[in-house]
Design a protein around this ligand. Structure first.
Ligand code: GAP
Length: 445
């Protein structure tokens, strides 16, 4: 994890937030490559979940919803973790995760293991961030920053049913920020207090819910394989009844083997009719499906839910490689070409050669209309290749002496390091073709 954190910082993917003020624990800002990486992951999810399907529509609901939403959903009452305080060191820990936490004293031990540790009894701590709406701060103006995007979908069920003219099975997908006042955030982006969720609620006839639950587990696992994660680093773990959330009739985690061990990447839950029934009760608006022949029922809901942050960590960890090439070490991110922040680099071999620069700029201007490409003429060519390897750029096109006489360029492959020559006029088609090809990580299964 340290290598990933240091690479992310060095190359401007992710930096600790509010650093000039001493930082705000476990909060991060994204730099240029981080933004491009996030955009790509978000777009690949949206394609698979909405654009490539006829049965799912998109939604973008507000972050601050009516406070009754969170009473109906069970979050006001039950979205809590058990918290213990240490009276000696004044730190706070999750009572159910003491073995994963570190006491503030040295040498590092778990809370409760020093004789001076003085832990309080556990008490329930609600993870929702509270705020007030309007100028008067009283209990009537209390609202919450959403801890999940899902509820914004449930409360719009009727709108979508009517306006998008859908009938079950159909889904509503949403991407947006969620906020949780985690007691023990950490492990880089894995557990943060502000994250971007990608959730889809799939409404089905009740007798079909188990079939769709299994379908979505397979579908989501397939998405991770499609975008290059190794099969051996992924597994599906079904929750036991004691582990499930209050709304769940069945939950499976798609887990990834992070440097901290096997941990939840994405959850797929069968939420039954819990949410629509509760919102019907609390809002008095009937949330049900009425068919053309008058049959009516409350659909059951299957929900795949993940954060961009957990995907980013899994993809960076999976892609990270160090190797020695010709007695020199290189660090390389073997990201899927459709995930990599930059698809291709355009490099004039000699930055001062006007002919090379002119041809390189023309190629760059042509490619940038469709792809995320980068022009780089800064430093020795070897150093430029290394820089692109570190940000995961799959291909680099080099304009050299020979280009000036025969209008060909070399293309260098990030993974195999193979180089081939092709006509400069064919680069755009070559790149589009390369992006269409199936890609498999050279790191194996
Ligand atoms: N709507 C259901 C729901 O929110 P969850 O298991 O609490 O379920 C879903 O969260 C996903 O959101 C998780 O699988 C994980 O990918 C992500 N997630 C949850 N808490 C997170 C946090 N503090 N930091 C980063 N990602 C988080």
């Amino acid at each position: 994890m340290d290598q990933i954190v240091s690479l992310s910082r060095r190359r401007g993917f992710v930096f600790p937030s509010s650093e000039i003020y001493g930082g705000l624990g476990s909060t991060y800002d994204y730099g240029h490559y981080g933004v491009l990486l996030k955009n790509n992951i978000r777009q690949r999810w949206f394609e698979a979940m909405v654009l490539e399907r006829d049965d799912i529509v998109a939604l973008d609901s507000a972050v601050i919803l009516h406070p009754r939403v969170w009473e109906a959903s069970g979050h006001v009452e039950g979205f809590t973790d058990p918290l213990v305080d240490c009276r000696t060191c004044k730190l706070r820990f999750r009572a159910d995760k003491l073995e994963d936490s570190q006491c503030g004293r040295k040498p590092s031990k778990h809370p409760g293991e020093f004789s001076e540790c003085d832990l309080t009894e556990p008490r329930q701590f609600n993870l929702m961030f509270q705020t007030t709406v309007g100028p008067v701060e009283d209990s009537g103006s209390r609202a919450y920053l959403r801890p999940e995007t899902a509820q914004g979908i449930f409360i719009n069920f009727k709108n979508v049913l009517q306006l998008a003219r859908r009938r079950p099975p159909f889904g509503i997908a949403q991407i947006g920020r969620s906020f949780r006042n985690e007691i023990t955030p950490g492990n880089f982006l894995f557990r943060v207090r502000e994250f971007e969720q990608m959730e889809m609620e799939f409404f089905v006839p009740p007798p079909d819910s188990d079939r769709w639950y299994r379908y979505w587990i397979d579908e989501r696992l397939g998405w991770y394989l499609r975008y290059g994660l190794r099969r051996s680093r992924l597994r599906v773990r079904e929750h036991g009844p004691e582990e499930r959330s209050h709304y769940s009739r069945g939950t499976s985690d798609i887990e990834y083997e992070y440097p901290i061990g096997w941990s939840e990447l994405e959850g797929v839950a069968n939420r039954g009719d819990f949410d629509l029934t509760r919102h019907t009760e609390y809002s008095t608006t009937k949330l049900e499906y009425v068919g053309p022949d008058g049959e009516r029922y409350v659909p059951h809901v299957i929900e795949p839910a993940v954060s961009l942050e957990r995907i980013i960590v899994a993809m960076l960890v999976d892609a990270y490689d160090e190797e020695v090439v010709g007695e020199r070490e290189r660090t390389v991110l073997r990201l899927h070409p459709e995930i990599a922040p930059v698809t291709a680099a355009i490099l004039p071999l000699i930055a001062k050669d006007e002919g090379m620069v002119s041809k390189a700029r023309t190629l760059y201007e042509e490619l940038r209309k469709r792809q995320s490409v980068e022009y780089d003429d800064n430093g020795a060519i070897g150093r430029r290749y290394r820089r692109q390897d570190e940000i995961g750029t799959p291909w680099a096109f080099t304009i050299d002496e020979q280009t000036l006489s025969d209008d060909t360029v070399t293309v260098r492959d990030r993974d195999s390091l193979a180089q081939e020559r092709l006509p400069i006029g064919g680069v755009r088609a070559w790149l589009e073709d390369a992006l269409e090809r199936d890609w498999k990580t050279p790191k194996g299964d």
